[in-house]
Design a protein around this ligand. Sequence first.
Ligand SMILES: [Cu+2]
Length: 324
Amino acid sequence: MSLSRRDWLLLALGAGGGAAATGLARLRGVVPRLAHAPDSPRAVRDSLYGSMLEPPADCGPGIMDALTTPPPRGAPAAPVTLAVQEGPVEVAHAQLMPAWTFNGRIPGPILRATEGDPLTIRFRNLGAHPHNLHFHGTHALPSDGWQPVPPGGEATVAFTAGPAGLHPYHCDMTPAPEHISHGLYGALLVDPRTPRPPAREVVLVLGGYDLDGDGKSELYGWNGVAGYYMKFPVKVRAGELVRAYVVNMVADEPVISFHLHAQVFDVYPGGMGARPAWRADVLTLATAERAMIEFRLPDRGRYMFHPHQARLAERGAMGWFAAV
Ligand SMILES: [Cu+2]
């Protein structure tokens, strides 16, 4: 037995006190939940659709801006330090993940360069496990970054940014899914030398969290926080060009998808190329696969986005664009 969307709405709207109470009792029995999940009827009542998960209480509006909006194009490529730090991170309300992070956050910082720029990244391993730093895209083999860096060690990764596109970076220590699902990933945007048209740019990196160490994620978050964009939609202006950089860093699912409601989008696989390869409203991505998509939201209102895998959507990966 599973709950239909209509059941959710009836529950959320409280269709009679008795019915709602019955519904909640039923919900406890049928919805798979985390072993440590707080019993949270408020979260259920507040969720008009989908995600039962709330972001951490101190994760308020605006706090995710630096992980949602990329730095502006054309800023000089400064030397960057990426330091692995290990420690607990609250990835959803009352859900602590024993995380491994770049610079203390998940995902790591959004890096941006223009094709042909020299990039130098200092990698420091401040954790208790061997880690490393591997970039997608092109680079000379000495900067491929697969070699282990022991605790306390460091390495320098230097390469010429390219090709123009969207390239994840991540720890590639074996087993890579474990290192990635602990939080060691981020995005590098490489702009073409001929600028793309102005747009409202958004980065959406999907990750999964294996809280109990069984090799399977139990929580999912766009830009690291489960339920965040459900509660605090990504704001765009109605009618403006939106350019979203979508990256899949869920390491324990064969594929995930990104689905936008009520509009279709142009797809640039890998963020590469000057013209879109196709149009769609569902984008399917294997692990570390990514795409740049472009669309306009013509009317004021909320446009839903989520993976089309219900389990992922219900466990933190539901979100909204709010066109204002
Ligand atoms: Cu690692």
